[in-house]
Every structure is written in C-alpha cells, then in structure tokens.
Design a protein around this ligand. Structure first.
Ligand SMILES: Cc1cc2nc3c(=O)[nH]c(=O)nc-3n(C[C@H](O)[C@H](O)[C@H](O)COP(=O)(O)O)c2cc1C
Length: 442
C-alpha cells in the first residue's frame, strides 16, 4: 500500500528552561516578534482541564503564559500541570514567602499584555464586577491596565441568573471582552448554554484582542492552503505525503490575529484548524486546485503552504485492485500546477494582486531551488525549507526557512511555526501596502 499518512508528532521537550522566578519586567518577559506575556487565570469549574489546552495553544503561537489559579481551580487541575507546561511557577496564592519582594500582583499586572480567565466562574465574574480583591486573581484584575478577556462557564441556570447577567453587563460596559459559552452537554448533566468555549476559539479570541491595531492586513482577504493532498489509487489506497498542515494553520491563525479575513483550504490534515472566517476541506490536488481558483480572484494575498501532490494516478480504479504475485506498476500523471495558474491570473498582470506566496519543500539547496521557482512561477515570495533537516518541514512543530523575495533572501533561525508565520506575514505586509492602496474590499 502506498499510504503515507500524516501523523501528529510531538516535539521532544527542550532544555531551555525559564528561570525559577517569574520575571515581570516588560522588557524581558515580552517575546520577540510582537509576542506577549499573558496571565491565564484558571478558576474552579469543571472546564478547568481545558485551560491546559488553552495554555498550549497560546504557547504554540509564541506567547509566554503565567498561570494564576484560584484555590478552587487547584482542586480540579494540579498546578504542577501548568508549571510544567508554562515552565514558570504557577501562582496559587498571594501569601507565598518570597512572593512580595516586588508586590507580585502589581508587577505582573504591569507586565502582561492580556488577562485571560478560562474558565471563568460565576464567583470570579461577581468579584471582578464588584471590585472584590480577596485573592491573587481578583487583585490582579483591579491592578492591571491590560485588556481582559473572560471565558465564562457554568450551569445554564447560573448563567441565566439575574445576578450573573447583571455582573456580565457591568463588566462588558467596562470594556471587558468575552468568549461566549457554548451550548451542549454540561458536566452537571444538563444540556444547555454554559459550556466553556472550545480552547481553539479562546486562543483565537485572545489573539484578536492582542492583534496589532495598525496591521495593513486588517480587513484584507487572505487565502491560505494547508496540509497534504491524497490521490486515490482505488477506494482504499492513496498516494499522499507527510505534510501535517501545521505551517498553513499557523499562517492562517497569524493572519487572523492581524485582523485579516482568512479563508483556509485544508487537505486531509489531523491538526485542528484554527478559528478562521471560512474553512474549505479538500482531499485531492484537483479539489485543491478548484477551491483555490474559485477563491483567489477575491483574495488580496494567497499563501500556498499546502504540499499539493505533483502526480496523481492516471487511472484510479473504482474497485479495490486485487493483489497479485509479482511487482505492480502504477502510472502517474502530472496534476495541475496551482501556483503557476495563480501567477497567470489577469489581476496579477494588472495590479500584482493577489500577492502570491509559495513554499518550496526541498532536500538540499532549498534556497537556490526557491529562487528558480519564484522566477519561473512569477510569485512574490517563496518560503524555502530543507525538509531533510531535523526540526524543519513536515510533522514537526518548528521550522527553519529562507524567505526568498524581490529584495533578496532572508534566512531565519529555527523557531516555532507560529513565529515563522509571523515573520512571513511581516514580509508580506509591505507588499500589501504597496499594491493595495485601495481601501479594503467589502
Ligand atoms: C464539581 C463542581 C463543579 C463546578 N463547576 C462550576 C462551573 O463550571 N462554573 C462555576 O461558576 N462554578 C462551578 N462550581 C462552583 C465553584 O467551584 C465555586 O463557586 C467556587 O467557590 C469557585 O471558586 P473560584 O471562583 O475562586 O475559582 C463547581 C463546583 C463543583 C464542586
């Protein structure tokens, strides 16, 4: 069987640990590439276990997280879990010896770019609304000038109660933002509204709050492709590749964080796609071609991060091909070249829009091949990566790329795919500024 299925591949943990104290100086805790320190408040609801995934999601997008747990939260999930994930001490009390040399809640209040509370109990909503500061989290809320985002979660009757609704309105009037709870099965056995929003939606909402307000991508239409394609040989076999879809998903998430209207066209990837404005699922290179060509004329930017098959079986069989002794021969034919077809769009000749970004996954001398590909296919940027290197390319969470553009090559050090996505979009933004002087399309 020719199947090469995409598999989730965890990165080995790195040995690059944070110092054992929370360093609250904004200049040292804020990461590069506009990444931020986020205080993740975790409170005493059943959904507290989902905060672990929220924490991971924020980190994979390059944010630093300091976890602040209420006493009740620590009954639901162990602080050790957050300590190991964030690689920082978890704040569970304001009374720990050594914590107040620098009045910790004030120091953290100054350093954070966002206070996110997920899940947020009725109790904490009430405390925030009424200015009660009887623990670290509620003191932090009063002390910080950073934006505040709450993901409430509770039983439907609690949520509907006048007292809770009034507290929510008070907070909304004060500029606090919310990730609305969803409907569904609640831990108390009820079915109704009150369930904690999905971690991916909470992470996307946090990124929207943190989005740089002056991004030229705000309101622009960005089309991103992600993942592999599968070319069917017969109903049970296919030709595929090892792309996980992580790089495309990171690009879609980053473009959305910058305020773009993002359409993600995803091949059969097992990676959960980020929250986007439109998600189109495809399987084969032909389906990918059709979906991209249908969306591209309305796009300001097209980023082809998907690993689209170059060849497809010439005569896929409608029935499972029976095995026989001796070798088998599979005849493959070329698929349509999506990037080259995009390069020939009439609007490209007229205005250079959509701006086109391709990827070149090569084994050896990737940058030279990318330069050649850029010229041949008339695209604006080609992101080259040598997939034979450890920690780069398919299936891993990091990447090491060279961005080849009109003004030369730029090789980036190995970093997370979220950070690579930010660097690629930093390179796209000036092109958008040059070519799309017109206001954003409706
Ligand atoms: C099993 C269990 C589940 C709970 N789930 C929630 C919940 O989802 N939302 C909520 O507002 N309170 C929930 N509570 C009640 C809170 O734990 C309680 O109000 C607590 O005082 C909250 O403390 P905190 O807000 O400081 O974390 C739950 C309690 C228990 C025992």
């Amino acid at each position: 069987m020719t199947e090469i299925a995409a598999t989730a591949n965890r990165q080995p943990s790195t040995v690059n640990r944070q110092p054992s104290t929370v360093n609250c100086q904004p200049s040292t805790v804020n990461c590069q590439l506009g990444r931020s320190l986020i205080a993740l408040g975790v409170t005493g609801g059943i959904g507290a276990y989902k905060a672990v995934e929220v924490c991971r999601g924020l980190q994979t997008r390059g944010h630093e997280v300091v976890a602040v747990m209420t006493r009740s939260a620590a009954r639901f999930v162990g602080p050790v879990t957050f300590e190991a994930i964030t690689r920082r001490p978890v704040i569970t009390s304001q009374w720990k010896p050594g914590m107040n040399a620098d009045i910790e809640h004030v120091a953290i209040a100054d350093a954070i770019a966002l206070l996110l509370v997920a899940p947020c109990t009725a109790n904490v909503i009430g405390k925030f609304a009424n200015g009660i500061a009887d623990d670290f989290l509620s003191s932090l809320y009063l002390a910080t000038k950073a934006p505040v985002l709450l993901a409430p979660a509770m039983n439907s009757n609690m949520l509907a109660h006048d007292a809770v609704q009034r507290n929510l309105q008070t907070l909304a009037a004060r500029g606090v933002r919310f990730v609305d709870p969803g409907e569904g099965y609640l831990a108390c056995g009820w079915i109704g509204k009150g369930r904690l929003a999905e971690p991916a939606a909470i992470v996307a909402a946090a990124e929207l709050v943190l989005a740089p307000p002056d991004s030229v991508l705000r309101g622009r239409r960005v089309l991103v492709t992600a993942g592999p394609t599968y070319e069917d040989i017969d109903p049970v076999r296919y030709v595929g590749n090892r792309s996980s879809g992580r790089m495309g998903c990171a690009l879609a998430a980053e473009a959305r964080r910058r305020g773009a209207h993002v359409i993600l066209i995803a091949g059969p990837t097992r990676v959960e796609p980020p929250a986007v404005d439109g998600l189109v699922r495809v399987r084969s290179a032909a389906e990918m071609h059709a979906a991209v060509m249908a969306e591209a004329p309305r796009a300001d930017v097209v980023i082809m991060a998907a690993a689209v098959a170059d060849y497809t079986p010439a005569e896929p069989s409608p029935r499972k091909i029976a095995k026989s002794e001796g070798p088998a021969t599979l005849t493959l034919q070329r698929t349509r070249d999506i990037l080259a077809d995009l390069g020939r769009l009439p609007s490209r000749a007229a205005s250079g829009v959509p701006i086109l970004v391709g990827f070149a996954a090569e084994t050896g001398d990737a940058a030279a091949k990318a330069r050649e590909k850029r010229a041949r296919k008339q695209v604006d940027l080609v992101v080259a990566n040598d997939v034979s290197r450890a920690g780069a390319g398919f299936e891993v969470e990091t990447n090491e790329v060279t961005i080849v553009g009109p003004d030369g090559d730029r090789t980036l050090p190995p970093q997370s795919k979220g950070q690579v996505a930010a660097a690629i979009l930093d390179r796209i933004e000036p092109l958008v500024r040059e070519r799309t002087a017109a206001p954003v399309r409706a």
